[in-house]
Write a protein that binds this ligand. Sequence first.
Ligand code: NZQ
Ligand code: ZN
Length: 382
Amino acid sequence: MEFSYLNPTQIHFGKNQIQSIAQDIPREQKVLVIYGGGSIKNNGVYQQVSTALANHSWLEFSGVEANPTVETLDKAVTIVKEQNIQFILAVGGGSVIDGSKYVAAAALHSGTGWDILLGTHTVSQALPLGVVLTLPATGSESNAGSVITKAASNQKLFFSSPLVRPQFAVMDPDVMKSLPHKQLINGIVDAWVHVCEQYITRPTGALVQDGYAETLLKSLIIIANQYPDRDNDAWRANLMWTANQALNGLIGLGVPQDWATHMIGHELTALHGVDHGRSLAIIQPALLHNQIDVKREKLEQMGRNVFGLPHSADLAEKTIAQIEHFYHSLDVATTLDQYQGAKSQVVKTILEQLKAHDRLQLGENQAINLQRSQEILERAIT
Ligand code: NZQ
Ligand code: ZN
């Protein structure tokens, strides 16, 4: 176990915390408030942000899509450059936050912003960024990652830099009251898979990482079971905090990580418009079956410690069945059964994209090559 750890994001958690942004953003800095399609105009969040920024100089940029595109975000980059913006405030879910991270970095890069996603430019500076979170799911509010899509070529790529980790994140669970059912479910599934990607690998004896991962998984099971009675403060706070802790870096310290479900899932989103969380529920069970031999011990541990299953020769298989049951209990599909064209062509196109994006050795053992990805897709797509 070897790691260096620093997560400097200041978190303001709880009711009425949006007003704290007034203190956290230096008064003299010109702010660009970035948001999405307008949900914040209907649920009072925009009003709270405007009130808090009454004594700041600020502009706004709206229209960041779910699965944010570089085509849209580059318009914000132009505004930042032309208006000498010094601070970016992202108000939204993972898409708005990821998009704002891109803008913060691309605005200080003299070349094309997409270079950052291609890895041909390493972020060396970025504008400071703060977040008002409106959708618990990705953990983007206090991590260093960002996923951006190029619509022109259906590419959905990832970059990470400590320089774009938000300085602060406001997490007021009240903002979740306006979230559609579909987005709440997406958030539960995304957080669940984030934990799994850092936990269902191979045994390492890392007691803290394993123990905390198991606590987060058990919390998500309780949250899912309580879903019919979700209209209360405790439920919202628990989901918001669990989703944050699932991907703020802590449980992945010094342990092997998988992320193959995410890499293949991103192609499903880019090519077929499947919501991020739902793409993961489609890929993960097939991937776990495919990799069961190398993941058997951790699956057995999960079966015992998370689902409370008794020992049996097929404990790993039963654990995967429980994971599928978890998704089905939320009415989330574990196969892709609605798509355009023939299955063989759909699989082939995804494989071509994986190849184009150099996803030739995925997973904690780099063992998921294109052949394995094909097997996973054959199973996941009906
Ligand atoms: O556009 P607005 O009006 O904001 O509406 C959004 C959007 O339509 C809506 N919404 C958000 N908060 C709301 C609300 N509607 C009503 N009330 C509220 N309080 O929800 C819709 C989906 O929002 P989005 O931000 O796309 O969802 P999510 O937070 O699930 O983010 C998904 C994106 O994050 C990336 C995904 O790939 C995807 O692009 N990820 C980012 C990660 C990271 N940075 O660490 C890791 C994840 O694995 C993931 O890949
Ligand atoms: Zn995710």
